[in-house]
Design a protein around this ligand. Structure first.
Ligand SMILES: [Ca+2]
Ligand SMILES: [Ca+2]
Length: 159
């Protein structure tokens, strides 16, 4: 069973499982600001998280539409690192078609940041694109799940 809770005093929405133990699974914040990849990352960090890291297929299933995610090869071309510096698990990638292509022919700086595309019609959830980090998109922030206090969102009956 999964349900969703809001973190007190936070803009993040968190999901919890197994509510006897109230194991907190993950907290996400969907930014509506169109920012470059580093500006998006700054915004997430200011809000106590970081750009989302996709650690499971379930996490990929949850998210849709065009958002920056926390994956980049800006340090070393072709070496994809998540924002916590963990390497991309090659068995758990969702590159679209021939991506990543670092289309340097059109982008003098190459393409070093990853945007999730719309999943609609994407076979097997494959909707990641490497893009110029200077483009502006919305982003998904993720917050370490173990911090903070949580409250159930219950609407009083008859209110
Ligand atoms: Ca690149
Ligand atoms: Ca690309």
């Amino acid at each position: 069973m999964t349900d969703t809770r809001s973190q007190i005093g936070s803009i993040y929405t968190c999901e919890v499982e197994n509510c006897c133990l109230c194991l907190i699974v993950s907290c996400y914040y969907f930014s509506t600001n169109y920012l470059t990849w580093s500006e998006s990352r700054d915004e997430c960090r200011q809000k106590g998280g970081d750009l989302v890291q996709i650690d499971s297929r379930e996490e990929q299933v949850k998210h849709t539409d065009k958002f920056w995610i926390g994956l980049t090869d800006s340090e070393k071309e072709g070496t994809w690192l998540w924002v916590d510096r963990s390497p991309l698990n090659k068995r758990l990638t969702f590159w679209s078609g021939k991506e990543p292509d670092n289309r340097a022919m059109y982008n003098p700086d190459g393409e070093d940041c990853v945007r999730m595309g719309k999943k609609a019609g994407a076979p097997d959830l494959k909707c990641w694109f490497d893009q110029s980090c200077k483009y502006t998109y919305r982003s998904i922030c993720e917050k370490p799940a173990e911090t903070g206090h949580f409250t159930l969102q219950i609407s009083p009956i008859g209110d």
